[in-house]
Design a protein around this ligand. Structure first.
Ligand code: GAR
Length: 216
């Protein structure tokens, strides 16, 4: 039987790129339905770029400060993605706000990972927000990107307990472990055609993992 073609994925990063590395490592599995064809950063000094290059992935840096406005910068990203033949885009710690036009151009084909259980704690400093709110469970979310910031149909979430004595750093350390598990799993669902958009929600055609979460 013919092996189905892998979905070509580009990853956008701004920093250390640990989620990106998790995706690259997952994609090494011959059974993984996606291949990483480009890692692009808005910062040429991003640690993740050298990590991607070391893993043999083509990289590109487009410094947002060299463009007169967001639309021109986003057009340059779009051109780089198309040149790489990307079919799907994963935002992985990409800390630039994208224009509505760019997002609409990749509608249904762009994922993001956010370090909270959305729709709680949008924006930045999500771990501090969770601590301030006093929640017992916190976590991370992979969602399709829509023009509204940190909104969009949710593909998958992972939860972690908030412990007494946690500070934003200790909580972040617990969440990032789950981010690195969740993102490859969510990308596999989307690239493998097992998670699809239906009337603004994600429908998953896969055996759900069982479990009841509670935290004291
Ligand atoms: C991750 O925690 C990711 O969820 C977050 O940035 C970090 C990047 O870490 N993204 C956002 O806050 C986007 N709003 P990484 O570079 O090691 O993957």
């Amino acid at each position: 039987m013919a092996v189905p073609a892998k979905v070509r994925v580009a990853i956008l990063i701004s920093g250390r790129g640990s989620n990106m590395v998790a995706l690259v490592e997952a994609a090494r599995d011959p059974a993984f339905p996606a291949e990483i064809v480009l890692v692009l950063s808005n910062d040429s000094g991003a640690e993740g770029l050298s990590r991607a290059a070391a893993a043999g992935i083509p990289t590109k840096a487009l410094d947002h400060r060299s463009y007169p406005d967001r639309a021109t910068f986003d057009a340059a990203i779009d051109a780089a993605l198309r040149e790489a033949g990307a079919e799907l885009v994963c935002l992985a710690g990409f800390m630039r706000i994208l224009t509505d036009g760019f997002v609409e151009g990749w509608a249904g084909r762009m994922l993001n990972i956010h370090p909270s259980l959305l729709p709680l704690f949008k924006g930045t400093h999500t771990h501090a927000q969770a601590l301030a709110a006093g929640v017992r469970l916190h976590g991370c979310t992979v969602h399709f990107v829509v023009p509204e910031l940190d909104a969009g149909p949710i593909v998958a979430q992972a939860a972690v307990p908030v412990r007494q004595g946690d500070d934003p750093d200790s909580l972040a350390a617990r969440v990032i472990v789950q981010e690195r598990r969740l993102y490859p799993a969510a990308l596999a669902l989307v690239a493998g055609g097992k998670a699809r958009l239906d009337a603004g929600r994600v429908v998953i055609d896969a055996v759900p993992s069982e479990g009841v979460l509670f935290s004291l």
